[in-house]
Design a protein around this ligand. Structure first.
Ligand code: HSE
Length: 432
């Protein structure tokens, strides 16, 4: 084994960074044996130097992250500060000064992955980011390496733990969105500002990364259709239960049936209770991958948290260090298919639509005609009269597969019918 250590600079020492440092120390001998050389924490860049950091030599701590990545003797920079800047500038500088990079930064990779990969390749460095998608769950490496000989057609997953916790709570207790969010906040699952999670931005960044790798094409954050889950109600869960379904916030990346394009989207959807993703509870994540030869694969585990995310970072660190020692680089960007990303209107799926309608003769026929006029085929209809004597009924229509554009046209026309008092909810049905 080489005795001269490989030097690691850690950018960020919060929930994930402190776990990375701890595991580097406690597992030092095993890491050295697996890599073929010791790894040494050579510097830790933080914003608040006065904060006590157990197990970290204060002499290693600096507020000057730029100087740290410019040192020239750093082999690997581990970036766990998140956000676009200064992370992007620091990673760029690290590549230019001889270091490879391990990052957990989904927002940056979803936005600027192509440019960062190009720079890494130009400079002969590695850029690894297993921790950017679904915490500890191995996904990037299986897609990039284990399935490199296969053809992935679909990636369908729960990639945000906060929203899964909230939806699971609503499902199991009948709670409304706000009540479930309050509990998630009290238990530390949801951030004080939960927007990134509940509005689907976090999941959309992960979907962009997964789609790009799965289909060997370029998918940016802006290409991902996104709907959050703040509008999901207890009534939606009651409808889902009646259909033998539950509701999950799903990231769905698909290759079109003709193979000529891809789509990527994040939105709440009903899935049958018999689907493996329906049993993913609490803050766990799971991703279902469908490919030509392997068939259906499911990856499951903790999608967030200090130690689980650090596990993914450390796995990348070992791989990058091994590459350094062998003088090679690992697999880089692979966007050779250049498949275009189709707009949401072209996505084809099933829909569950709940309408408030006048309870009188001919209404059902009127509604059915609107669906037919837009080429949307109805699978089932269920009508329930209201007991309040107001002459209204709830009409629940479940469609066969139709394009999002056709469905939107249908709903717009339904809203213009005098007999349709309101569209209570529209939910896609997936996983069948
Ligand atoms: N906030 C994310 C989640 C974890 O709730 O899953 C980091 O991506």
């Amino acid at each position: 084994m080489r005795t001269r250590p490989l030097k690691v600079a850690l950018l960020g020492c919060g929930v994930v960074g402190s776990e990375v440092a701890r595991i580097m120390t406690t597992h030092a001998d095993d890491l050295a044996a697996r890599i073929g050389a010791p790894v040494e924490l050579a510097g830790v860049a933080v914003r608040r130097p006065s904060k006590m950091r157990e197990g970290i030599d204060p002499a290693l701590v600096t507020t000057d992250a730029t100087a740290l990545v410019k040192r020239g003797d750093i082999d690997v920079v581990v970036e766990v500060i998140g956000g676009i800047e200064p992370a992007r500038a620091l990673i760029t500088t690290a590549f230019e000064h001889g270091a490879s990079v391990v990052s957990a930064n989904k927002a940056l990779l979803a936005q600027d992955g192509a440019a960062l990969h190009a720079l890494a390749e130009e400079q002969g460095r590695d850029l690894y980011y297993e921790a950017a998608v679904a915490g500890a769950i191995p996904l990037i490496r299986p897609l990039r390496e284990s399935l490199a000989g296969d053809k992935v057609n679909r990636v369908l997953g729960i990639v945000n733990g906060t929203t899964n916790f909230i939806l699971d709570k609503m499902d199991s207790t009948g709670a409304g969105y706000q009540e479930a969010l309050d509990e998630a906040t009290a238990l530390g699952y949801a951030e004080a500002d939960p927007t990134a999670d509940v509005e689907g931005f976090d999941a959309a960044a992960k979907a962009a990364i997964l789609a790009g790798i799965a289909f060997h094409t370029r998918v940016r954050l802006d290409d991902v259709y996104r709907e959050g889950m703040t509008e999901v109600t207890a009534a939606d869960f009651a409808s889902a239960t009646r259909m033998g379904c539950t509701i999950k916030l799903l990231a769905i990346c698909e290759r079109a049936a003709d193979g000529g394009s891809v789509t990527a989207r994040v939105h709440p959807a009903m899935i049958p209770l018999s689907h493996p993703l329906a049993s993913v509870r609490g803050a766990y994540n799971a991703v279902f991958v469908e490919s030509d030869a392997a068939g259906q694969l499911m990856f499951y585990g903790p999608g967030a948290g200090g130690a689980p995310t650090a596990s993914a970072v450390l796995g990348d660190l070992v791989a990058v260090c091994r590459n350094k020692l062998s003088g090679a680089t690992g697999p880089g960007d692979s966007a050779y298919t250049q498949l275009p990303v189709s707009p949401m209107g072209e996505v084809v799926t099933r829909y569950h639509i709940s309408l408030d309608v006048a309870d009188k003769p001919g209404v059902l026929a009127q509604v059915a005609t609107v669906f037919a006029e837009h080429g949307v085929s109805i699978d089932t209809v269920r009508q329930q009269g209201r007991q309040d004597g107001g002459g209204e009924a709830s009409l629940v229509v479940v469609t066969h597969r139709a394009s999002d554009a056709s469905l939107n046209g249908t709903v717009e026309a339904l809203r213009n019918l005098d007999t349709v008092r309101g569209v209570a909810s529209i939910m896609r049905v997936e996983g069948e």
